[in-house]
Design a protein around this ligand. Sequence first.
Ligand SMILES: [Ca+2]
Length: 176
Amino acid sequence: MGRSLYGVKALTRIFKAMDTNSNGKLDVDDFRWGLMDFGISITKEEAAECLSSFDSDGSGTVHYQAFLNAFMTPMNAGREAIVKKAYETLEASCANGSVCLDDIAKAYNANGDPDVYSGKRSEEDSFMEFLSLFDTQVKESVVSFEEFRAYFCDISALVENDVDFEKGIKTSFKLE
Ligand SMILES: [Ca+2]
């Protein structure tokens, strides 16, 4: 374990712990009570002000994706494009038109992982870790583009060079 590769997982855990009614959004009360669990006590007004810094659509709540985006290192346009292409390629190749965990597992080639490439860990470890990062462990469950993208945001933060990043994705999903 280690490094920012687990960023998405840790953030997801925090988000879910705060989202007590499990509606995928944090409101002022979720946020306030969540912080109290960490021993931080703030007023409703302070909580509202904090939330507004995450809240891009002015709804007074923070969606899961906005929460992740606030903490994750964004990918540049070139990286976004290659990740999107990988997902679209998966979409085109999978049986029922939506990308399931099993489709990703079948397509994934661990040699695209920089740590496998450099000999730091085995293909199997890389593969198991890759799958463990997705919320679902059920083969038939759909993996959304947002989940897929979040995983590569984590990877992206570790890879300095755009060329290496692109090469990694291309190898992982056998893109031309
Ligand atoms: Ca909620």
